[in-house]
Write a protein that binds this ligand. Structure first.
Ligand code: DQA
Length: 149
């Protein structure tokens, strides 16, 4: 059994009401619940965390290292395109992670095309909407199974 952590960044607490044409109608609580259930069915535990504050996200990543979290699923929200500090937190703790975005950021404004996370993530998911989170849990399960050999 492995411990997964799902981290969502700024404004993702508003999922369901925020630009539903871009991000879909599912609320974050529903997505988190589905991920917990799916992780459980695959034999793992999943905790979730959301914050709008960069330093809180960084602190949560540090905490994950202290707790021995095995894998992180990360949607950094707009910090994707700005946060060297959050990137450095992932480099510091060396916990493998998947970068996920509901929307296909490459099909949107040019400022969304750059990510400070894609080159250090174990894999990336863009544009699958809320379903992408379930794909990420499946992928996390595969990753830890492979790592265990
Ligand atoms: C997002 C894409 C980001 O560009 C945006 O700032 C978000 C959501 C996504 O999931 O598609 O907040 O990460």
């Amino acid at each position: 059994m492995s411990d997964f952590l799902l981290i969502n960044g700024p404004n993702l607490n508003l999922l369901g009401s925020r630009e539903p044409d871009v991000y879909g109608a599912d609320r974050l609580e529903d997505i988190e619940l589905r991920c917990v259930e799916l992780a459980k069915s695959l034999g793992h535990s999943l905790a979730s965390y959301q914050s709008n504050a960069e330093h809180e996200l960084i602190d949560r990543v540090h905490q994950a290292a202290r707790d021995g979290v095995d894998f992180i699923i990360l949607n950094p929200g707009a910090f994707t395109h700005t946060s060297i500090a959050l990137r450095d937190a992932f480099l510091a703790v060396q916990i493998p992670f998947i970068e996920i975005h509901l929307s296909n950021t490459f099909a949107r404004e040019e400022f969304r095309h750059n990510s400070y996370f894609s080159d250090i993530a174990s894999s990336c998911l863009f544009g699958f909407g809320a379903y992408g989170y379930e794909l990420a849990v499946q992928a996390a399960s595969q990753y830890v199974a492979k790592a265990e050999g």
